[in-house]
Design a protein around this ligand. Structure first.
Ligand code: SAM
Ligand code: SF4
Length: 351
């Protein structure tokens, strides 16, 4: 079923786009074509590796309106960004999200944007999956670390697995391609990972395994959670044949095809630097802070610029200046348990 999203999603343009330019290039010659936007750092879950139970969120007064975020995204798209991922926190808990996505879909219709996508915990998908499809989304990432209801509760603290599984089913029924993201957590889901992979591949989903990253203070000890994927991969190789496939996305995932299931499996290993040289992305927070690297503290305050002028060219120049500060690579070190590598949580920048 291919719904013509163009009719439903059409919206009058509020700003005339400046002429399309070559993609931005950073000091290391990497083209910046991918923006990840954390639309909110708030969430209906409290995953133990992501947040503490009592989180201090970004001050509401600093959070940009959806109109301001739309303006920022449009500036990036006019500067050659071709892929936009909405994330968070949980993006689907922010009020007005469907209208925001519907508005952004004009860039898909114009051809300026190749892909508009989302990373979600799945809790709200039963309500929103069909709209996402109708507004031009075709692929989404859904996070799921276990299929066991009790374990799901313990890892997410506040989540309900039934709601998430219903959300996943709704996304599939709506025609969205799904990639499952599974954080590998020591002494938690190591033995269940093969079953999760089989489950995902059985339903036609890709699945990526992710190593925990030391972002933000959490209640526990991060080194106790860290499970190197090299170890997981060894276990999987004893069970299955993994065939390397060359599906690089400019991101930290390396993909294999599991011969026995026929499905794709990604390994996201941020602790190795092997992906930094092809990094094509930057991250924008809900308060308009642009992070040029997930693993570094440096940021550019675009909110101040948004509030100071209506001139998109000035905003575009501020973006250019920020891209020139993109570092060569990150600086994660899991051996330092006493402090996170960066102070902000993953939910601030959305991973
Ligand atoms: N709430 C949405 C979700 O869970 O998919 C989107 C935001 S969440 C921060 C994005 C991804 O980051 C999820 O797949 C989550 O499991 C992962 N994540 C969160 N904290 C992490 C950490 N410290 N290390 C590695 N992955 C993390
Ligand atoms: Fe929320 Fe996603 Fe973080 Fe879990 S990983 S607490 S769902 S933002």
């Amino acid at each position: 079923m291919d719904m013509p999203f163009s009719d439903k999603a059409a919206k009058p343009q509020t700003r005339s786009p400046s002429a399309r330019r070559e993609p931005m290039s950073d000091p290391f010659g990497r083209a910046i074509t991918y923006l990840r936007l954390s639309v909110t750092d708030r969430c209906d879950f409290r995953c133990v590796y992501c947040m503490s139970e009592n989180m201090t969120f970004l001050p509401k007064r600093d959070v940009l309106t959806l109109e301001e975020l739309d303006r920022l995204c449009s500036v990036f798209i006019n500067k050659g960004v071709r892929k936009l991922r909405l994330t968070g926190g949980e993006p689907l808990v922010r009020r007005g999200m469907m209208a925001f996505i519907e508005g952004l879909s004009r860039h898909l219709q114009s051809g300026d944007l190749e892909e508009l996508t989302l990373t979600t915990n799945g809790s709200q998908l039963s309500r929103f999956a069909q709209d996402l499809y109708n507004f031009g989304m075709r692929r989404i990432n859904i996070s799921l670390d276990t299929l066991d209801p009790d374990k799901f509760k313990s890892i997410t603290r506040w989540g309900e697995i039934d709601k998430v599984l219903q959300g996943i089913a709704a996304a599939k029924a709506a025609g969205l391609q799904i990639k499952i993201n599974t954080v590998a957590v020591k002494d938690f889901n190591e033995s269940e990972i093969p079953r999760l992979i089989e489950w995902a591949h059985d339903q036609g989903f890709d699945i990526s395994l992710i190593e925990t990253m030391p972002l933000g203070e959490i209640d526990g000890d991060r080194t106790a959670q860290y499970l190197p994927l090299s170890r997981v991969r060894e276990t999987l190789e004893a069970k299955w044949q993994l065939e390397e496939i060359d599906d690089r996305t400019g991101g930290p995932a390396r993909y294999v095809r599991v011969q026995e299931t026929g499905g794709r499996l990604g390994f996201i290993t941020p602790h190795t630097h092997n992906f930094c040289e092809s990094c094509n992305r930057v991250r924008l927070t809900a308060t308009g802070q642009l992070y040029m690297c997930l693993g570094q503290e440096d940021k550019a305050d675009l909110r101040a610029v948004v509030h100071s002028t209506d001139d998109d060219e000035v905003l575009a120049k501020a973006v250019d200046a920020a891209i020139l500060r993109k570092p060569k690579g990150h600086d994660f070190d899991m051996s330092r348990a006493d402090r996170p590598a960066v102070r902000r949580h993953m939910s601030t920048t959305g991973g």
